[in-house]
Design a binder for this molecule. Structure first.
Ligand code: NAP
Length: 281
């Protein structure tokens, strides 16, 4: 039986530590969140981020923009937040409505305020081991969970499934920095099962519910489920068939309660870190 990696508990511990630090600050960090349109999942994520930021003692400002917001309006808002020295971190909730190109607007965010670590400068710094201002929250949260559970990576075969800029790519880099041997699989990978069944660690970020079944996993492997899928009743599931795999894995993350809470905790940590790096204290 696998040990369940309790992301909720680890995230609560980290959040409490951040809260304690924030209490010692005379001026509080400010997280600015921009939500364009009315995507239901994005609305939930933004509300959760707002709630956590307030609970920690940050100033949280959410800018809810209309679905039809023009490129100029969004550009002007980002520029004004870049210039506002009270703002420590800027988060642009993705996806944007179709007429707005997410990449263009991420590049407009000041890399020093890029709390998600998505700006090409921060991505490039991550790739070249040169201290990014912030590291993408979900991959950072996964790495922290592995560290908390003393799961060693050196020399291990890690298979990351998914190659997005937000999750799969940065996660593959971070695992490599910890001396894992990394394979990054994707939708065109042939015979995924043959590859994952050799892995010491499987990290799945596809959003395909139940993709990873027992025959994909060798006995004793660590299984990290990053995927989130919602069925028509709003019930959440991950990429991993939990009940099938839990008896044979050594460690496994549940969905919900695994990686998800860590993503928010890392967003809070990034906000505090950017504030401490950039504030005129
Ligand atoms: P994404 O941009 O849609 O990327 C999905 C990746 O999965 C792509 O690289 C895709 O390959 C690959 N893929 C899709 N179907 C596959 C299959 N059958 N076999 C192998 N690879 C497959 O999504 P994302 O932003 O990376 O997010 C991935 C999942 O993580 C989503 O479910 C998302 O909701 C979840 N997520 C969770 C958290 C959290 O806090 N837990 C945070 C962020 C994201 P191609 O590149 O070939 O298309």
């Amino acid at each position: 039986m696998a040990e369940i990696i309790d992301g909720k508990a680890v995230a609560a511990k980290i959040t409490e530590e951040i809260k304690q630090k924030v209490q010692t600050l005379t001026k509080k960090p400010t997280l600015a969140v921009i939500l364009v349109g009315s995507d239901a999942a994005s609305e939930i994520y933004v509300k959760n981020k707002e709630k956590k930021a307030k609970e920690i003692g940050f100033n949280s400002k959410t800018y809810r923009l209309d679905e039809n917001t023009s490129e100029n309006e969004l550009r002007d808002l980002i520029i004004s937040l870049n210039e506002d020295e009270n703002v420590s971190g800027i988060l642009l909730q993705l996806p944007l409505p179709k007429h707005l190109n997410g990449k263009d607007f991420i590049e407009l965010i000041d890399p020093k305020k890029d709390v998600d670590g998505f700006h090409p400068i921060n991505m490039g710094k991550l790739l070249t081991n040169s201290s990014p201002n912030a590291v993408s929250c979900t991959p950072k949260g996964v790495m922290r969970l592995l560290e908390e559970y003393n799961i060693s990576l050196e020399g291990k075969l890690a298979v990351v499934i998914g190659r997005s800029n937000m999750v799969g790519k940065p996660l593959s880099v971070l695992l490599g920095q910890k001396n894992a041997t990394v394979i990054c699989a994707h939708s065109k990978t042939k015979d995924l099962e043959k590859i994952t069944s050799q892995a010491d660690i499987i990290l799945s970020a596809t959003g395909k519910s139940g993709l990873i079944k027992k025959n994909f996993v060798k006995s004793g492997a660590v299984v990290i489920d990053i995927g989130i899928s919602r069925d028509k009743d709003g019930k959440i599931s991950g990429d991993v068939d939990f009940s099938d795999i839990e008896p044979i894995a050594s460690y496994i993350t549940p969905v919900p309660g695994g990686v998800g809470p860590m993503t928010i905790a890392m967003l809070m940590e990034n906000t505090l870190e950017l504030y401490l790096k950039n504030a005129k204290l």
